[in-house]
Design a protein around this ligand. Structure first.
Ligand code: HEC
Length: 189
């Protein structure tokens, strides 16, 4: 009998201690964010090789929001891609926490940290509720330049398509290795 009481007390105790274990949440967030970025890059590549960059703009417009929407439905967490210079302001605009972290990411990269390894996570208590927030930097790769690079690197037909679909596009002028933005996860606690 005593033993059972001890075990259940321990279980209660460990629940209290580990309920908000940030490193566990961080691992779980990474396990969602990394495959998302990988799958997205593969889908992007496939769209470009199937129909060229201009037609891939249309595919990108659907693929990324569909993928992140699906993950959000499956996990109950909000997953988005955010940036300080957005193409799609509706989905990509960073909130206050994300803006602060993106600025810190830029400072960390300027000090020599590799963008691929830059992350942030924090348990935040906002008026809307408590959540675990996670962000991972997205670095620009050679395959991104045709749609996010300098003006002279973007083919005319891609630019025309961007002008039509994203009249307020700010997401150009990036070099390979720059931080294009971040994948952001907000998990209600
Ligand atoms: C074929 C053109 C194309 C290529 C190639 C491309 N993108 Fe994009 N990117 C887009 C479009 C279009 C959007 C807007 C999607 C939307 O409407 O949600 C976008 C949006 C984004 C966003 C979301 C934030 C924002 O600005 O709205 C990030 C982050 C991003 N791209 C990163 C990348 C990275 C990193 C690569 C290379 C691995 C890449 N993109 C390759 C066209 C492209």
């Amino acid at each position: 009998m005593k033993k059972i009481i001890l075990i259940s007390t321990l279980a209660l105790f460990s629940n209290a201690v580990f309920a908000d274990d940030p490193s566990k949440y961080q691992e779980e967030s990474r396990a969602v964010a990394m495959p998302f970025l990988k799958k997205l890059a593969a889908a992007n590549k496939e769209a470009v090789s199937n129909g060229g960059h201009a037609s891939a703009v249309g595919v990108c417009k659907d693929i990324a929001p569909n993928m992140s929407g699906e993950i959000s439905r499956q996990t109950g967490w909000k997953l988005t891609r955010v940036s300080l210079k957005v193409r799609n302001p509706l989905l990509g605009t960073a909130d206050a926490w994300e803006q602060k972290k993106l600025q810190e990411f830029a400072e960390r990269a300027a000090k020599g940290e590799k963008p691929e390894t830059i992350e942030a996570s924090e348990i935040v208590d906002e008026p809307a509720g408590k959540s675990f927030r996670f962000m991972k930097a997205i670095a620009l790769q050679p395959g991104c330049v045709a749609c996010h690079g300098a003006k002279e690197e973007i083919p005319a037909e891609v630019q025309a398509r961007l002008n039509t679909d994203y009249p307020h596009d700010q997401a150009t002028g990036y070099k390979v290795g720059d931080i294009r933005g971040a994948v952001s996860i907000k998990r209600p606690l």
